[in-house]
Design a protein around this ligand. Structure first.
Ligand code: HDE
Length: 705
């Protein structure tokens, strides 16, 4: 057998030595900002990386190798970057700052943060919408969360409030139902961040206790102009305890130093399209530019005996204590002066909890608050992944903290020694309870007739659901009443089920028949639907102007924004004078032009624009000026974005300053004579008109129910 000829082994190809990592093609990436002192890029284990652009492959066009621990670590981390979003209040904006005490409450509380005038306590505040997901818009009609974490010397005190002083339900048992009803409907997955749908109003129509908060939600408080211009409320009654354990009830209020300010509904709707992040951006820009938002902290203090004489039960979170009954005392101010360095690490991971309380403060028996004391800790465990979330920097107390709790997921501390229990005698440095520690109010529970009875009981004193919405509605200005009526009509017009709409109007009859009629007319109902049975009929309480927005708006341009629309040929002197007048009055001024590069003004100098016309509608300003040459005015009169600019400003009741050249544009926008439309040459008149909204204009513009 002929021996098979084995093919002659070809001599090993003269293999090129593998190119050094640094010589391989890394891709086309550019680092534009060369220079600086860049620390070495490493893995999470601290291993320095030579290449952060290419995965490890078997040959340039070959498969990727499982061995690539650098790729795996990077992708695995990325895959886990999201944590479950908050079931409510998912979309929020956080800011650091401080609280400064201006009036001591030492007489009422041993809480250190309220004792020494001048003392500053670091805070982190988070403002949020309630219903929408983390990526939803900033300006839906919704209650706003107003949560403040005080890092006191005695531990963290969280005042987790809202921008309305009451809540939809009286008992924690109903919270999941309320939230399920307002969130997107589970079969269809919409609407996002909106209450205007059947399930929400169905729940509300069957839950008369929600009526009071519904009125707040239908008011313009639920469409704020800026998070810097909302009020905040602790909602529940809390207790202040002095060193001897004597208790005084307290309600907490935040009052914005810029005054309350809201948008009008059409503006809020259009803002959703124009700037998803309107409130977040507004806060960021204000804080970054040194215009730090500030709030007064005020308290209402009252005794048990006073509370017993109120014509409502203050433990019912659907009730407010009118300021006329118990006046507010300002005790300090909060200034927010630093944006988080990292949104996720701080704003997303901050874990508020109403149970975070300090010695000298205690809870009341409000059944909603009692339920919240359980819920928040529980939610953080799932959201942040384990029991050590208090060690995350944004959540950690800024005072020393120590106990015998150990281990668990993501333990960051390395406790020393053998003692992890109490009582113990082995470690002279182990943490022990102290007489200065937290003590609950020694409440006598047997002071009411039905105390001692165990049961799922709603107190009789919680039965009046209509007096306070009546108080709220009747305390409003006529403009605000019209907005509330319009909001009911809008929301209910989105409700497809007739009996739900009818039941809501039925409830309104208990509150104010005129309003019920207005809403019924607005919905095109032929007759007023019947009112459901009421356990307790509404009583009339003296009106409380403090519940208005308009009455509390400050005529000011402080913290507000003015936009000046210009184009080639615009009068340079007029623009300069207007800008100065607005800035002197505290406004931020932005130039808007058809092109971002700006406009060549009458003085042959180019004025760069801050915003391009199509992307910077008048929605984002509190007042606008239009300064145009005759030619530009005629040209822009045919430009939809320019016409919308003036038409929307007018429709949203804003002041407009216009020069002769702008008249053609105003005409195209259908804008006639109006007290809020002033000559661009008169900066003083503009500032005066711009300090408020032109409420009287509205009835001429749209049919309000
Ligand atoms: Fe909340 N609420 N809530 N809530 N709430 C949460 O906690 C809950 C209530 C409020 O910026 C959750 O961390 C129950 C009233 C704010 O991070 C959750 C009940 C008020 C924030 C929760 C209420 C609030 C939350 C969701 C009825 C005003 C955002 C994620 C018993 C006084 C805080 C989280 C932030 C957040 C439960 C009612 C305000 C699930 C069970 C009343 C401002 O724990």
């Amino acid at each position: 057998m002929a021996a098979k000829k084995t093919p002659a082994k070809s001599p090993p190809a003269a293999r090129k030595p593998a190119p050094d990592q640094a010589e391989r093609g890394h891709g086309d990436e550019l680092h534009q900002h060369a220079g600086g002192t860049h620390p070495p890029l490493t893995t999470n284990q601290g291993v320095p990386l030579a290449d952060n652009q290419n995965s490890l492959k078997a040959g340039p066009r070959g498969p990727t190798l499982l061995e690539d621990f650098i790729l795996r670590e990077k992708i695995t981390h990325f895959d886990h970057e999201r944590i479950p979003e908050r079931i409510v209040h998912a979309r929020g904006t956080g800011v650091h700052g401080y609280f400064e005490l201006t009036k001591s409450l030492a007489k009422y509380t041993s809480a250190a943060l309220f004792n020494e005038v001048g003392q500053r306590t670091p805070v982190f505040a988070r403002f949020s919408t309630v219903a929408g997901g983390a990526g939803s818009v900033d300006t839906p009609r919704d209650v706003r969360g107003f949560a403040v974490k005080f890092y006191t010397q005695q531990g963290n005190f969280d005042l987790v409030g809202n921008n309305v002083p009451v809540f939809f339900i009286q008992d924690a048992m109903k919270f999941p139902d309320l939230v399920h009803s307002v969130k997107m409907e589970p079969d269809r997955g919409y609407p996002q961040a909106a209450a205007a749908h059947d399930t929400f109003w169905d729940f509300i129509s069957l839950t008369p206790e929600s009526m009071h908060t519904i009125f707040w939600a239908m008011s313009d408080r639920a469409i704020p102009r800026s998070l810097r211009m909302i009020e905040g409320f602790g909602v529940h009654s809390f207790r202040l305890l002095d060193a001897k354990g004597k208790s005084t009830f307290v309600k907490f209020h935040w009052r914005p130093q810029l005054g309350l300010q809201s948008t009008v509904w059409d503006e809020a709707v259009k803002l959703q399209g124009c700037d998803n992040d309107f409130h977040r951006r507004d806060m960021f820009e204000a804080v970054q530019s040194g215009n730090f938002p500030a709030w007064d902290l005020a308290v209402q203090l009252f005794t048990e005996e006073q509370a017993d004489a109120f014509p409502f039960d203050h433990l019912d979170p659907t009730k407010l204590v009118p300021e006329e009954l118990v006046p507010l005392t300002v005790v300090g101010r909060m200034v927010l002066d630093r944006m988080p360095d990292n949104f996720f690490a701080e704003t997303e991971q901050v874990a508020f909890c109403p149970a975070n309380i300090v010695p000298g403060i205690d809870f009341s028996n409000d059944p909603l608050l009692q339920g919240r004391l359980f819920s928040y800790l529980d939610t953080q465990l799932i959201r942040l992944g384990g029991p050590n979330f208090h060690q995350i920097p944004i959540n950690a107390p800024k005072c020393p903290f120590a106990n015998q709790q150990r281990d668990g997921h993501m333990q960051m501390q390395v406790p020393k020694g053998r003692v992890a229990y109490e009582p113990s005698s082995l470690d002279p440095t182990s943490a022990r309870a102290t007489p200065a520690g937290f003590r609950s109010f020694a409440e006598h529970l047997a002071n009411q007739a039905d105390d001692g009875v165990k049961g799922r009981i709603r107190p009789e004193t919680f039965a009046d659901h209509y007096s306070q919405p009546r108080l709220f509605y009747r305390s409003q200005t006529k403009f605000e009443q019209a907005h509330i009526a319009a909001a009911f009509v809008f929301e209910l017009s989105k409700v497809e089920t007739a009996h739900v709409r009818e039941l809501i109007v039925g409830h309104l009859r208990h509150i104010d028949t005129d309003l019920a009629q207005r809403v019924a007319n607005g919905l095109g109902m032929d007759a007023l639907p019947p009112a459901p049975p009421a356990k307790v009929p509404a009583i009339d309480m003296p009106p409380s102007p403090a519940l208005q927005i308009i009455g509390k708006m400050k005529p000011t341009l402080q913290g507000r924004a003015v936009g000046i629309l210009v184009d080639d040929g615009s009068n340079a002197a007029t623009i300069k004078a207007l800008r100065k007048a607005a800035e002197d009055a505290g406004a931020t001024v932005k130039i808007v032009a058809p092109k971002l590069g700006g406009a060549m003004l009458s003085d042959r100098k180019k004025l760069p624009a801050d915003g391009q016309l199509a992307g910077t509608p008048s929605l984002v300003f509190d007042a606008v000026a239009v300064v145009l040459s005759d030619e530009a005015g005629k040209r822009l009169a045919k430009e939809a974005a320019a016409v919308d600019f003036v038409r929307d400003a007018f429709g949203h009741l804003k002041a407009i300053a216009a020069d002769a050249g702008a008249q053609a544009l105003l005409k195209a926008g259908g804008i006639g004579k109006d007290p809020g439309v002033v000559d661009a040459g008169d900066g003083k008149a503009f500032v005066k008109a711009a300090q408020t909204r032109q409420w009287e204009r509205e009835p001429k513009l749209r049919t309000l129910p």
